[in-house]
Design a protein around this ligand. Structure first.
Ligand code: ARG
Length: 480
């Protein structure tokens, strides 16, 4: 990505030059070098060049409308801003060590390019409303992009669920085998978790879609700029109601970060499951070669590094959320310079997910499942004990008693080293008269799965219908 590399250390003495400074008239000296180094933000806020230039184009239009720029000046300004965008696109924008931030750098360049005309663009705006606008625009695009990436991951699950429809798998609670399910039912659970993750990104996007330009430093401006014109030019849904809120608030960024953190945690849980499935102990799935790595010393190793990395990355995304929450928590209205710390966590969280989502999508698509091992695990561990207890309920036994009776049956089977279907009919009848030989047919895992035919159940018919709904959910996110 252009212009997001580290700007590197600024050269000594940068603070004493004022080429790029937007302020300084009221001071007798330039800033101290250490103070300057602390405040300079071009290394990271250069990522906002697109949004900043879009805001400046809108502003130039308003300055023409109110007569601060005449038509010719406006045309020159628009052309200069276009040239500036081309420089950024080519990764060729000439940042100087004396540029404090992306806004200052662009204004300095405009003045170099246009002469005094370049200095007209600052009228009626402040970096406080500029940065809030830039970050909102950046977050808006980021939400759209992440929703699409989530949709692609959902699609990978839908495809796997479709391919393996009908395969049995063990369902767990406490990581102990609980009840048999369809593998597809397990896979589709992630489609719905991810759908809520996408929904949170959409919600955050809808709430942040308000224009803040023409708020000035905090109180609005005196030139007659029309806030709605900026909303229209930048495609915002509406204008923010209050100029102080406009420059002070970062809850929009917190919401994006919260949505990112929860999404990262969903993916982390998935990563953990893939790690487990790929062990010799589980042996349920194999990760494709392209998403596995070897060991530098153990030639036989096949490690699920991608699944581990996405699990690990969740830590930093959660950290990004906590970082900004902590920055904002005690700030008085309106703008405080602490807010400059908003950008790096947001960029980091989004950029991390930009890496994570395609990698985990490829990993999920690459999984090959072991039907035999899954089926064998689906029947083990007395997984149909609940079915037996519920049959007793159907035969009039209170569940409390049925639970107790089947518990004893399990204990007996365990002592004999068999599963429930390995017990003699006499053993069952001795445990409870209602456990007659007809219960044997209950102890088939496929029948057990297909009995669970509620709309959200694991029966083959239910899962087939769920698969269609999951496909639609994935499509809603992949097609903007
Ligand atoms: N670089 C600043 C930020 O990221 C821009 C706003 C600076 N405003 C100010 N009054 N110093 O928040």
């Amino acid at each position: 990505m252009p212009n997001d590399q580290d700007a590197g250390p600024t050269t000594p003495g940068a603070a004493s030059t004022d080429a790029g400074r937007l302020w300084g008239g009221r001071f007798s000296t330039g800033p101290d070098e250490a103070a300057w180094q602390l405040g300079v933000s071009t290394a990271f806020d250069r990522q906002l060049w697109r949004q900043d230039l879009a805001g400046s184009q809108a502003h130039a239009g308003e300055l023409r409308r109110i007569g601060v720029l005449d038509d010719d000046e406006h045309a020159q300004m628009v052309a200069a801003l276009d040239r500036c965008a081309e420089l950024f696109l080519a990764d060729d924008f000439p940042f100087l060590p004396s540029d404090e931030d992306v806004h200052g750098a662009i204004e300095r360049w405009l003045v170099e390019d246009l002469g005094p005309l370049g200095g007209k663009l600052r009228a009626g705006r402040s970096r406080n409303d500029q940065i809030a606008s830039d970050l909102r625009l950046w977050c808006r695009d980021a939400c759209d992009e992440l929703v699409e990436l989530v949709g692609a991951l959902q699609q990978a699950f839908v495809d796997q669920a479709e391919t393996h429809l009908g395969w049995l798998a063990p369902g767990y609670t406490h990581l102990q085998r609980g009840q048999p399910v369809l593998l597809s039912h397990h896979l589709l659970a992630y489609v719905w978790m991810l759908d809520r993750d996408a929904g949170r990104l959409r919600d955050a996007r809808a709430r942040l879609d308000a224009s803040v330009l023409a708020s000035g430093a905090l109180a609005g401006q005196t030139l007659g700029l029309d806030p709605q014109a900026y909303a229209d030019a930048l495609g915002f849904d509406r204008v923010i109601e209050n100029s102080m809120d406009a420059v002070a608030s970062r809850d929009f960024a917190l919401e994006v970060l919260a949505a990112c953190a929860i999404l990262a945690v969903t993916i982390s849980r998935l990563g953990e499951e893939i790690v487990l499935w790929a062990t010799a102990e589980f042996g349920f799935a194999r990760v494709g070669d392209a998403f596995s790595t070897g060991s530098s010393i153990m030639p036989q190793k096949r490690n699920p590094d991608v699944a581990e990395l996405v699990r690990g990355k969740a830590g930093r995304v959660v950290g990004d959320l906590v970082s900004l929450l902590t920055t904002v928590k005690a700030l008085p209205l309106t703008y405080d310079r602490d807010l400059q710390e908003d950008k790096e966590p947001v960029f980091d969280a989004v950029n991390t997910l930009r890496l994570v989502l395609p990698a985990i999508t490829g990993t999920v698509a690459s999984l090959t499942f072991d039907q035999e091992r899954l089926a064998a695990a689906a029947v083990g561990g007395f997984a149909l004990a609940t079915d037996l207890a519920e049959e007793l309920v159907r035969r009039g036994v209170p569940f409390r008693e049925a639970h107790e009776v089947v518990g004893e049956v399990v204990r007996l089977a365990e002592s004999k080293g068999v599963d429930l279907d390995g017990l003699d009919p006499e053993d069952l009848a001795a445990a409870h008269p209602a456990l007659d030989p007809s219960v044997a047919e209950l102890l088939d895992p496929r029948a057990a799965v297909d009995r669970r035919d509620g709309v959200n159940g694991t029966a083959t018919s239910s899962v087939a219908a769920q698969l269609e709904r999951a496909r639609e959910a994935a499509a809603r996110n992949t097609t903007p």
